[in-house]
Design a protein around this ligand. Sequence first.
Ligand code: SAH
Ligand code: SF4
Ligand code: F3S
Length: 470
Amino acid sequence: MLMPHLAEAKKRTKNKVMIKKYEIKDEFKKLGLGKTYFIKTYGCQMNVHDSENIKAILEQMGFKEVSSMDQADLVLLNTCAIRENAHNKVFGMIGRLKHMKEEKPNIITGICGCMAQEEVVVNEILDKYRFLDIVFGTHNINELPMILAKAMHQNKIEVDVKTIEGDIIENMPVKRDSKYKAWVNIMYGCDKFCTYCIVPYTRGKQRSRRFEDIINEVESLKKDGYKEVTLLGQNVNAYGKDLGLDYDMSDLLEGVANTGIERVRFVTSHPWDFTDKMIEVIGKYPNIMPYIHLPLQSGSDRILKLMGRKYTKESYLELFDKIKKTVPNASITTDIIVGFPGETEEDFLETLDVVNRCKYDSAFTFIFSPREGTPAAKMKDDTPLSVKEERLHRLNETVNKYALEANQKYLGKVVSVLLENVSEKDEGMLAGYTDTMKLVNVKAPKDMLGKIVDVKITDVKTWSMDGEIA
Ligand code: SAH
Ligand code: SF4
Ligand code: F3S
């Protein structure tokens, strides 16, 4: 049993990051033969991509994917710890797994991901949910075959969570959800330690992948027919800083753009490390998509300081304007937290003011959720929930108004869309995103899937648009 450890997870040392190669031993390759699996994924793109790795590992072991939990011999929950509601959803699902296990004692059940890295969570599991078979973390996905093998040979829960600052595992197998667009990790972990955020504890220290490993991955994706890559990291703008070499995110963006892949995206950009050179590169290469997610969190300098965000309202607005000037067609979206401990009505109005000035294309908005072990969880917070909810409501009304306005500018225009799915709203339509990350439902035949096409926008709503092939 290897337990997660909160105090250790907070530490950062100068220890060198090890780059390891994933390997699977032959003895594990038949363990899953004749068995099926189902993974439910919560949280951010990082988790979505981790699940793609987990699926490929399971398939190397002989497991086959099924589309419903009830048919599976192995059920894994890849969890997210970012807010309490994510946490509660997972515990609700663990309750459901318990019932499944009572009916079918032979199924294997487990949790992984960010919640598995939390000491409190694993303690609760050991206390109340010992029926689970495996618990593993974000640092040892590569060890899944061994962990599963152990669990299959014993009649008790196998907890295997490493609390380390983190290595880089190259050569991970991947079963991608899409044939047209791919996630590419460029860095792991986070060293920003925003005071409300649990990610630096669940994902370890910032570790950038080597430039050539990223470029090679993108080149092979391009060769396999992929049209779009999204470079992934908690703070992609800080790419390379930990390597102590002389290249940074702007060089990486140029390198990836120069592979000639048709569309390059990246998430998430912390305003802190956004350099002028990066903005120039985004403006210069037509295959770097004019879409930037630029989390604001708060518009109040006082709250930003308490959050440890290292920018001010003014410097944020300056950066915003600079991006809009150099990349005029850029769509910019954001994340905002309301009800941070001590947030007053005045502080909140500063946030609304930024929203009114930036007129975001869209925004993810959240009520502050105290996370165990983070500094903000210990801050005095005397704003009633009803006040926070009312602020969230006002914020959302403002955000939605600008989202619709931003979309209305598209009406009648021709835009390029990568058709990636059958539309969820209409079987006879395809769906995809514009370069600016607007969801469009398009009247088009299925054989156009995977193509980047010109689409004329015929109708717009707040969260999507309709169009037809131009
Ligand atoms: N690395 C990204 C954010 C990743 S988490 C960045 O720094 O921009 C995604 C979003 O969840 C954050 O931007 C923040 O708005 C929200 N979030 C994180 N911790 C939270 C908490 N404790 N309560 C409420 N929202 C939170
Ligand atoms: Fe969390 Fe801040 Fe890191 Fe984003 S930058 S993952 S909000 S600590
Ligand atoms: Fe959630 Fe972990 Fe992502 S906490 S938001 S899944 S990094």
